[in-house]
Structure formats: structure tokens, C-alpha cells
Design a protein around this ligand. Sequence first.
Ligand code: NAD
Length: 499
Amino acid sequence: MQELSHWIDGDHVKGGSGRMADVFNPATGEVQARVPLASKDEVDAAIARAAEAQPKWGATNPQRRARVLMEFVRLLNRDMDKLAEALSREHGKTFPDAKGDVQRGLEVIEFCIGAPHLLKGDFSDSAGPGIDMYSMRQPLGVVAGITPFNFPAMIPMWKMGPALACGNAFILKPSERDPSVPLMLAELLKEAGLPDGILQVVNGDKEAVDAILDNETIQAVGFVGSTPIAQYIYARGCANGKRVQCFGGAKNHMIVMPDADMDQAADALVGAGYGAAGERCMAISVAVPVGDKTADALIEKLVPRIEKLKVGPYTAGDDVDYGPLVTAQAKKRVLGLVNSGVEQGAELVVDGRDFKLQGYENGFFVGPHLFDRVTTDMDIYTQEIFGPVLSTVRAGSYEEALKTAMDNEYGNGTAIFTRDGDTARDFASRINIGMVGVNVPIPVPLAYHTFGGWKKSGFGDLNQHGPDSFKFYTRTKTVTARWPSGLKEGGEFHFKQMD
Ligand code: NAD
């Protein structure tokens, strides 16, 4: 049995709390490793060491910091297959999807190589007589990221890339369900030239998270995970005076207009609804066809596509569409919600409840499900299922479809499928959701734009990656300077206007 570690001061460090968690192979259901769960004292010690190391890194010029990230990108590409394999083994997603997980993180590191440009301040020449005014962006000090299981490479990189590029030391508390890839990222950053102590990976659960939130040295916390935990972390972190941004759960709707290309819409829905077994915060979990004719045509196109999906372990080849869920609890929860949908009167058009995979009977696989005639009071609608279950809510008109998506408490992503530019434009303008796709089912913005949901999908200010991330991980200092000294002109007693 492999025993995993923390990563402190540039090296693997054994856990000292005596508490451990099981890391499963979701395809077989076997425990394949154990991960240490850090105590408050271990977290505090990791933060203290980071605080010692940070001033030197913060004073290193941004171009030199960017060069470390440049080399990190080279190493990520060199080890892409190794990282993706480790990721699939613990998370369960297919090998091509695991590579995508690494790739979308890597692209944010590439963006962060622009740090010298992104950290440039503003300068006003002669803001007053003999007076110049300028602002600079300075690192916060020691900052932290708390990340979910579903993107164990991408989301840690979304956090650590900008934080490190801005000159901070970074404490990463990854998900305890798939902690190996974050540890491998730390090894690669050391190889790339990151000084020891600047990135600390503390594995753990609530105790480690609370230690981060209560530690006075930590200046900012970036979180991604479920909404109840996002709300908790936001409240506790803010109460302790920290800068906090928390990204939560989702219930993403895809509106299908009567004029949409139905084949294209059905293909998009199958990929966006069942890819990664539905364990994506940008997965489409609700289809909203407008009009019964559209709904009937869509269901007719969806059913054969869903029935053809190949569900299996990542080792079965690149034509596997999706793998197992992450834990036995996740499987139980998803199947429980499916049963509630049937009991509450939704029509289960594709029933995956009896799905079994020979040789993998103890794995956490769940077959694909499709519901029709779902109403907004049902549990399968109100709760984030985070599994391979697509619900169809029929709408009588465009306005009704728009209202359905707008009334939902989550606001991460949404999409509209139509051939009409006016409808698409109206939708993009009026919808109260952070990321919108027009004939694009999973509108995840690229690294140089920003990623963030609205309503219960996002708490706090500023989005992830893109220019916002450089604002989140720095603070602005504004200098008003006059040369030579004002003594030459005598003292001043009035609050001067810049005239
Ligand atoms: P989770 O909320 O269970 O865990 C996220 C992190 O919080 C983990 O590091 C975990 O150790 C920690 N944590 C868990 N319980 C805690 C507690 N009681 N106190 C303090 N910390 C705790 O989420 P998950 O299951 O790992 O990830 C799936 C969720 O993340 C889904 O809801 C999904 O929508 C969401 N997600 C959102 C985004 C986004 O950008 N909005 C992206 C990816 C995932």
C-alpha cells in the first residue's frame, strides 16, 4: 500500500498527525494509497516556513519568476502522459480527458509567463506641479488554494500559477480523494527552479482547511468545490479578515430553440452531459427544449446516442466515453437521486440503474440516465447531481426557458442552441449566469479570459485566471512623488488640488 506525503520545503514529508484517508482506484473499488491528513500544527508550520521564504521570491524580478514557469510548462509537456495516467488512476476519468485536465492547467501557466507585462503599474506624469503619481502591484505574502477532486491538475494550476507569478508563497490543500497529481506538480516546480518553501502542499480535510482559514499569516484564500463548503469558507475566511474567492456548485441549463440543428444539439448534449461521468462543474445537467415538437425531436435524437455510450476504465482504451464516479458514496448518492426522480414523477427515458461492467463489479461505475418531463420542484432539478444524469425540462416559449435558467439558484454556465442571432444576443445579454455558450455547450473561457460563476456558484470578487487573477493575488500601492523635495517651496497646510 502506497503511503503518500505532504510537500514541505521542497521535499516529501511524511504525515505526523496519525490520521490518514483512503485513496481509491474508482474502477476497481480497491484502496490503492493512503494520504495523510494534516493537523493544525503541521499546517501552521508549513505556513511559517513559507512566510520565511516568500520575501526573497517576492523581490525576485517578475521576468525571472516567469522563467521558472516557462520551464514548468516544458516539464508538464515532457511528463504529460505520466501525469494523465496518475490522474486517471485516482480520479477515474478517461486518459484523453485526463490529458485535457493537465492541458487546461498548463495553459494558465503559459498565461502567467506574461507576469512582467501583467504586473506593470500605472504612471501619471505631472499629475500636479512637479508631481508624478504611480501605482504598483505587490504580492500579498502567503496565500492558499483549496481545490476539489474533479480537476486535480487544472484547478491547482489555476490557483498556483498566478499566485506564484505575482511573487507570493502558495499553500495548496488539494482534494484528499486524488492527491497524487498535485504532489507531482510540486516536484516539477522544484525541478523548474522554484525555491524551496514557496509552494507547500498540505494534504488534509476540514482540520487542515480550518487551520488555513484561521492562520493570521494567510492573506488570501481561493477555493473551488461544492456550494455549502464555498459558503462556509467564504464566511470564515472573510470573518478572519482575508481576501477570499470561492467557486461553488452548478446546475447548467442548455436551451434548445426550435430552429437549432438537432443533430448538433444532441451531440453537444451527450458530450456535455455525460463526459467525465457528469463530474464537471460546467457539465450540462438540464436540457430545456422550447416547444413540445423540439423536445420530442431532441429526445428521439438523444436516446440512440446515449445508448451507444461506452462506459469503462481508462485502461480500456481511448474510445471509452466516460469512467467511474470518484467514490462509492458518490455512486450511492447519484442512484438515490435517480430513484427520487422516478418517485417524484419524472419520465426515465434511459435507465442506467442496472449497469454492470464485467470484471469491474466493485468499481464505482454508473450507467447513463436521461429524464424527460422534469419539473423544477423535483430533487433531481433542485440538487446538483454530479453524475451521468441529464434532465429535460420542457419550456413553452423562449421567455419561459430563459426564466427557468434565471430562477435557478446556481449561475455557473449555460448555453443556447439556435440559428437566430437575435435570440442568441438577447440570451447572452439578459441571462444572470457567468459563462454563456452560443452553440457551444461547455463555454469554459480560455486562460487569458476569466472563469467564474454568479449566484450560488461564486462568492467574493474577481474571477479565476486571466487578468482578474493577477488582481486577486496582488494589492495595489499608489505613490505620489515630488522631486525635488517640497522643502524648497516651504511647508504646505492645505489639502492641495492638482491644478
Ligand atoms: P467539496 O466541496 O467536497 O471539496 C472541495 C474541497 O473542500 C476539498 O479540498 C475538501 O477537502 C474540502 N472540504 C470538504 N469538506 C469540507 C469541510 N466540511 N470543511 C472544510 N473543507 C472541506 O467538493 P468536491 O466534491 O471535491 O468537488 C465537487 C464540487 O466542486 C461540485 O459541487 C462542483 O460543481 C464544484 N466545482 C466547482 C467549480 C467552479 O469553478 N465553480 C469547478 C470544479 C468543481
